[in-house]
Design a protein around this ligand. Structure first.
Ligand SMILES: Cc1cc2nc3c(=O)[nH]c(=O)nc-3n(C[C@H](O)[C@H](O)[C@H](O)COP(=O)(O)O)c2cc1C
Length: 152
């Protein structure tokens, strides 16, 4: 691993599942590249690979939920992060509720923030999506810090 990559890997991230609904179908994508983007309007930004399964559907859905995971939610992170082409719509053993604006929200997360997609910025092989925050819920527990070894 080169020096630049080593340096980049010192940036700390949480672990999240982006959930959304399109045409009655629920989708989930594990992400680490999520951050607050602004106070006014209150905004988050997420970075999504252009070749991800569900990318086009996410753009079309326009409303999405950022589910913030805790350490006890590693299996859920893996579920929506690996073989996701198959798992994207697989909520079989995943308990769900609904946010105010219709996004599915994981029953098992430490907090959830529902956003409306307001801007899309090209970032090479990824796209940065800016979501204006519509509402949020703070559930019990601390957020997980992304640790590469948990996913290798
Ligand atoms: C811990 C973890 C973090 C991830 N972070 C991101 C991310 O920030 N953005 C992204 O586009 N994909 C991320 N991924 C990959 C997607 O979750 C995965 O590729 C996605 O579910 C789509 O599946 P596909 O690659 O089969 O299309 C992450 C995966 C894991 C396991």
């Amino acid at each position: 691993m080169d020096e630049v990559e080593k340096a980049i890997r010192k940036i700390r991230n949480g672990v999240f599942v982006i959930t959304f609904n399109l045409d009655g179908m629920n989708y989930g994508i594990t992400t680490a590249w999520v951050n607050r983007a602004a106070f006014k309007p209150n905004m988050l930004m997420i970075s999504v690979g252009k070749n991800r399964n569900g990318y086009e559907e996410l753009l079309e859905a326009e409303v999405f939920c950022v589910n913030i995971l805790g350490n006890e939610h590693l299996e859920i992170a893996r579920h929506f992060g690996f073989t996701a082409g198959n798992n994207l719509n697989n909520f079989k053993d995943v308990e769900l509720k609904e946010m105010e604006n219709g996004s599915p929200v994981l029953e098992n997360c430490v907090a959830a923030i529902e956003c409306k997609l307001i801007k899309k910025v090209d970032a090479g092989d990824h796209v940065i999506l800016f979501g204006e925050i519509l509402n949020g819920v703070d559930l019990k527990g601390d957020a997980m810090v992304f640790n590469r070894e948990d996913f290798s």
